[in-house]
Design a protein around this ligand. Structure first.
Ligand code: FE2
Length: 380
């Protein structure tokens, strides 16, 4: 059972304050403040998750209070309360970090849905922050994920710890339990990719290219959502591979190659506690299978490799071609087209290659990483 969230209502007028109290008290812990100074004082002393902030008050103005809240405690969410006349100011407030705005007079259903959505996202972010802090504590410092992995002499123990943390997130409820984990895995995968220039944004780009292919394949919403989750998580098993191997320049030794090739299986083992759909598990396990059966880990061939997996594996290889790697620069579009044609029917599904070539033809340079726009996650 999740702890009740706390909301602070900041409004100089008693009427709206009381109305909001009536609406929110059945669901949340509610505090009240009549002005900015009182609000800032309470935020310093009370654990507040979200502030509903009136923009027009005597004394400290709403935008100044907002700035101060975000400066003092950036994890506190702020929803602006605005009359129609001050809509522009409300939009400006979003730019200062407000999560949303509510127009007066209130619409009860809208208030509850806006607040629930914001608090669900906050829970995800908080869980992720706790997750990363715990990882840091495993090695007794505030290290980056790569530093933690580099300093763990016992890789299996590190993976067991991660698995245990995933299990705990599921049993304790939260975004994974509620099935709304797309945003969570997106943040997780992007955080794990760290700031390495070769992997930074990789999952997000694989998601983008997969989505371009999916648009031409009439996939159902559920399939598209699984495709997005799989695109973000496909390489999660690389957490089980020594970072020095992953970022190595030059060719792998046989030992290193065998270890690298274990990442799909390690990935499946790692996410088992989350209970992902079979589509996603297949993407993680089989994204290095080749259409002609010469890939790994199971040597699956042709259409026995599920479609969503073939999409991610084509997109992943395409991303490898359009970005700089430790051992070579990004390939020019002409060479990419030649490479895709050469590998069609061997590494890649010929039909997906045909679709990808059409996309390249249509989009030209807009398909390259420097121009690409991240795909909006589908909500569960
Ligand atoms: Fe991979």
């Amino acid at each position: 059972m999740e702890p009740r969230h706390s909301i602070l209502i900041v409004d100089d007028e008693a009427g709206p304050r009381e109305a909001l109290n009536m609406i929110l008290k059945p669901f949340y812990g509610v505090y009240n403040a009549e002005n900015g100074n009182q609000a800032l004082d309470m935020i310093g002393k009370t654990p507040v998750d979200l502030v509903i902030l009136d923009l027009k008050m005597p004394g400290l103005q709403g935008t100044d209070i907002l700035r101060e809240i975000k400066h003092k405690k950036s994890s506190v969410e702020v929803v602006i309360l605005s009359g129609y006349g001050s809509l522009k100011t409300a939009i400006d407030a979003i730019r200062l970090g407000a999560a949303d705005y509510l127009l007066k007079p209130f619409n009860v259903t809208e208030i509850i849905s806006v607040i629930n959505r914001i608090l669900a996202k906050k829970t995800q972010r908080d869980q992720l922050a706790n997750f990363l802090t715990e990882l840091g504590e495993m090695v007794g410092c505030n290290a980056t994920v790569d530093e933690i992995r580099g300093s763990m002499t016992d890789q299996p123990a590190f993976l067991e710890k991660l698995k245990e943390m995933f299990s705990r997130m599921v049993t304790q409820g939260g975004p994974i339990d509620s099935g709304n984990y797309l945003e969570f895995v997106r943040v997780l995968s992007e955080t794990l990719e760290n700031k390495d220039p070769f992997t930074h944004g990789h999952s997000s780009r694989v998601n983008y290219y997969s989505n371009l292919l999916a648009q031409r394949l009439n996939l159902s919403e559920a399939e598209q959502r699984d495709l997005q989750i799989g695109a973000y998580l496909h390489d999660i098993g690389k957490l089980g591979v020594d970072v020095r191997t992953i970022y190595k320049e030059g060719s792998f030794t046989r030992q290193e190659l065998l270890l690298m090739r274990r990442h799909p299986e390690i990935g499946v083992d790692l996410v088992t506690p989350i209970g992902l759909s079979h589509h996603v598990v297949s993407i993680i396990r089989h994204h290095h299978e080749f259409y002609d059966g010469t890939g790994y880990p199971d040597g699956l061939k042709g259409e026995t490799i599920p479609l969503l997996t073939r999409i991610v594996s084509t997109s992943e290889s395409f991303d490898a071609m359009v970005t700089d790697r430790p051992y070579r620069k990004a390939l020019p579009v002409k060479e990419i087209v030649a490479e895709l044609k050469r590998c069609s029917g061997k590494q890649f599904d010929p039909y997906l290659v045909q679709l990808l070539l059409e996309i390249i033809e249509e989009k030209g340079d807009d398909i390259l990483p420097k121009r690409f726009q991240p795909v909006q996650p589908l909500t569960a």
